[in-house]
Design a binder for this molecule. Structure first.
Ligand SMILES: Cc1cc2nc3c(=O)[nH]c(=O)nc-3n(C[C@H](O)[C@H](O)[C@H](O)COP(=O)(O)OP(=O)(O)OC[C@H]3O[C@@H](n4cnc5c(N)ncnc54)[C@H](O)[C@@H]3O)c2cc1C
Length: 502
C-alpha cells in the first residue's frame, strides 16, 4: 500500500515535471522562462542578445526606468554569449574557452556581487616554459606578493636589466588612472614594450604568450592602451575563477535583471527589425514557430556581424568594413589526481616566437582550473585546459586529432614525470575541444576598433546614425573585454531609459 502511494506520488511528480519542462528549461540550477506567445506583444524596450552587454543594458534600463516592460531575446538556449560554461554529467565544469575573471575591472565591481560568485584566485605571476629549460620557470609579482621578491630577481625569465625596466612600467600603470592610460599615445604593443627597453628574449618568453593569450592576436596588432589597461588590472587585482564556472557571472546578471522585472526569453532568435508607426517591429524565430514584439525602443546587443545584418534596413550605406574577429581553441583533459603542478597559476609557452603557435608547438597557455577552483572537477580528479591561438590552429586545418596528439606531446615534454599518463588517452581523457570563432574583435589599427574606454556613442553604428530609440552595445563598441561589454551595455541601457522617459 505504502509502495503504491509512493509510486503514485512519484508518477505525479514526474507528470508535473514533464508538463513544466515543456515551457521552462533547467540549466545548472537556472530556471529560464521562455514563454514567448505567437501574438504581437507591445513592450517598452526590446534587448536583442543575452550576452554580458545585453544583460548589463537590461539591468541598467530596468533600474533607471522602473515599471518599464523590458524583454530580452537570446537566440541560444542560455544567457551569457561568450561567457558560457558546460556542466558534464560526470562533474566537470568546462568554460567555453579558457577565461579568467579579472576582479579589478571597474564595471564588474559595480554590477557583480563578488562574494556570491565564490571566487578563488590565481597566484600572481606565471610559470613559463622556456626553450632550453626542462623546468617551468617562475615569473613572480613582488608588488602583489612581497615575499616573492627574491624569486622575481632570480627568475631565469628576463635579464636583470629586464627586471629593472619593469619599474617604470609598474610606475606608469599604478600612478595613472585608466582614463589617463587611454589618453596616452597609442602605438602597437610590441613597439611599446621595446620603448620600455625590454629585451626581445623577455618580450617573446613572457609578454608575448601572456598578452596574446588575453587579446588573441600578435603583439604588433595589439594596442599599447589596451596593454597598459590590462597590465594595470593584473597589477592591482587578482584573476580568479567563480565557483560555478564563468557561466555564473552571466547567471548573476540574469538573476538581477529578472528581479528587476526583465522578461528573459532564450531560444528566441531575432530575424528582422522594421520601423512601423513610430515603433520597432521585431520578428522572432523560435523552435516552435515565430513570434513578434512591438517596442518603443530597441537595444542591439549581438556581436557586430549580426548587428550589421539586423540593422541593414536602418543604415543607408555601410562604409566601414566589419572588424576583424579572432578565433581561439580550448582543449580540456580530465585525469585522476594529482595535478602535475599543484600551484594555482597560469602556465605560458615561452619557447620563443619561432616555436610558439607553430605546428608541433601549438600551446599558448595551460591552466589546471581544478587547482584554482576545486569545483571544476569531481573529487579525486583534475581538469587541464590548453589554449591554442589562431595561427597554430590554422596549421591543423580542422584536423583536431592531430592537434590533440601534438598538444599531448608538448604537455608531456613540459611535465616529463607525468608523460606516460598524458599520452595515454584512457588516463588523460579529452573532454572537449572548443573552437570559438568571433571570440574577440580586434582593438588596434582598424576603423571603429574595440579600444574605447567608456564605450563609443551607442546611437551610431559603424559611422551611421541610428533611428531615434535604437541603440547598440557589445564589446566591439568599447573594449574587447568583459569590462567593455559591461560598460557599453550600461551606456545603451541608460540611453534607452532616457528615450522611454521622453
Ligand atoms: C574564449 C574567450 C575567453 C575570453 N576571456 C576573457 C577574459 O579572460 N577576460 C575578459 O575581459 N574578456 C574575455 N573574453 C571576452 C569577453 O568574453 C567578451 O568581450 C564579452 O563576453 C562580450 O560580450 P557581448 O555581450 O559584447 O557579446 P556576446 O557575448 O557575443 O553576446 C551576444 C549575444 O547575442 C546573441 N545573439 C546573436 N544573434 C542573435 C539574434 N539574432 N537574436 C537574439 N540573440 C542573438 C548571442 O547568442 C549572444 O548571446 C573572452 C572571450 C572568449 C570567447
Amino acid at each position: 500500500m505504502m509502495m503504491k502511494q509512493q509510486f503514485r506520488a512519484a508518477a505525479l511528480i514526474c507528470l508535473c515535471f514533464t508538463v513544466a519542462s515543456s515551457f521552462v528549461t533547467f540549466d545548472h540550477g537556472q530556471r529560464i522562462t521562455s514563454h514567448l506567445g505567437a501574438t504581437e506583444e507591445e513592450v517598452d524596450l526590446c534587448i536583442i542578445g543575452g550576452g554580458i552587454s545585453g544583460l548589463s543594458a537590461a539591468i541598467t534600463a530596468a533600474s533607471t526606468k522602473r515599471n518599464a516592460s523590458i524583454t530580452l531575446l537570446e537566440s541560444s538556449s542560455n544567457i551569457g554569449g561568450r561567457v558560457r560554461s558546460d556542466y558534464t554529467s560526470d562533474g566537470y565544469i568546462l568554460d567555453r574557452g579558457f577565461a579568467v575573471f579579472i576582479e579589478e575591472y571597474p564595471m564588474s565591481q559595480v554590477l557583480l556581487d563578488y562574494n556570491a560568485l565564490g571566487l578563488r584566485q590565481f597566484l600572481p605571476g606565471a610559470r613559463v616554459k622556456l626553450c632550453n629549460d626542462a623546468k617551468l620557470a617562475a615569473v613572480s609579482d613582488p608588488l602583489r606578493r612581497r615575499r616573492d621578491i627574491w624569486k622575481a630577481v632570480s627568475s631565469p625569465v628576463g635579464s636583470f636589466n629586464d627586471k629593472l625596466r619593469l619599474a617604470p612600467l609598474f610606475y606608469t600603470v599604478v600612478t595613472k588612472s585608466i582614463e589617463e592610460l587611454f589618453d596616452m599615445d597609442e602605438v602597437d604593443t610590441l613597439s611599446c614594450l621595446r620603448g620600455y627597453g625590454f629585451s626581445e628574449e623577455f618580450i617573446q618568453s613572457f609578454f608575448a604568450p601572456f598578452l596574446e593569450g588575453i587579446y588573441l592576436t600578435p603583439l604588433d596588432k595589439q594596442s599599447s592602451r589596451m596593454f597598459h589597461f590590462v597590465f594595470k588590472m593584473f597589477t592591482l587585482g587578482s584573476a580568479s575563477l567563480p565557483k560555478g564556472g564563468m557561466q555564473t557571472v552571466a547567471n548573476q546578471l540574469g538573476d538581477k535583471a529578472r528581479s528587476l522585472g526583465v522578461d528573459i526569453c532564450c531560444d528566441a532568435s531575432v530575424c528582422s527589425i522594421q520601423q512601423k508607426d513610430g515603433k520597432f517591429a521585431v520578428d522572432i524565430n523560435k523552435a516552435s514557430g515565430t513570434a513578434k514584439r512591438r517596442a518603443k525602443s530597441v537595444v542591439m546587443a549581438t556581436n557586430e556581424r549580426v548587428a550589421n545584418q539586423l540593422l541593414s534596413s536602418f543604415i543607408e550605406t555601410t562604409t566601414a568594413p566589419p572588424l576583424t574577429q579572432r578565433t581561439v581553441a580550448c582543449l580540456y583533459y580530465a585525469f585522476p589526481s594529482p595535478d602535475p603542478l599543484l600551484e594555482p597559476i597560469l602556465i605560458l609557452n615561452g619557447e620563443g616566437s619561432t616555436k610558439r603557435n607553430a605546428r608541433n608547438h601549438p600551446i599558448n597557455n595551460v591552466c589546471f582550473p581544478s587547482v584554482v577552483q576545486s569545483s571544476y572537477a569531481p573529487n579525486g580528479h583534475e581538469l587541464c585546459s590548453v589554449s591554442v591561438l589562431e595561427k597554430a590552429l590554422s596549421e591543423y586545418n580542422g584536423d583536431y586529432e592531430a592537434l590533440d596528439i601534438d598538444v599531448r606531446k608538448q604537455l608531456a615534454s613540459w611535465f616529463p614525470e607525468h608523460a606516460s599518463n598524458i599520452l595515454d588517452t584512457s588516463i588523460w581523457v579529452q573532454k572537449e575541444i572548443y573552437v570559438i570563432e568571433d571570440a574577440q574583435p580586434i582593438h588596434f589599427n582598424e576603423e571603429n576598433c574595440a579600444n574605447v574606454n567608456g564605450g563609443r556613442d551607442c546611437t551610431i553604428f559603424r559611422g551611421e546614425q541610428l533611428p531615434d530609440g535604437m541603440y547598440v552595445c557589445g564589446d566591439y563598441m568599447a573594449t574587447s573585454t568583459l569590462n567593455g561589454a559591461l560598460e557599453s551595455g550600461v551606456n545603451a541601457g541608460n540611453a534607452a531609459a532616457k528615450h522611454l522617459n521622453k
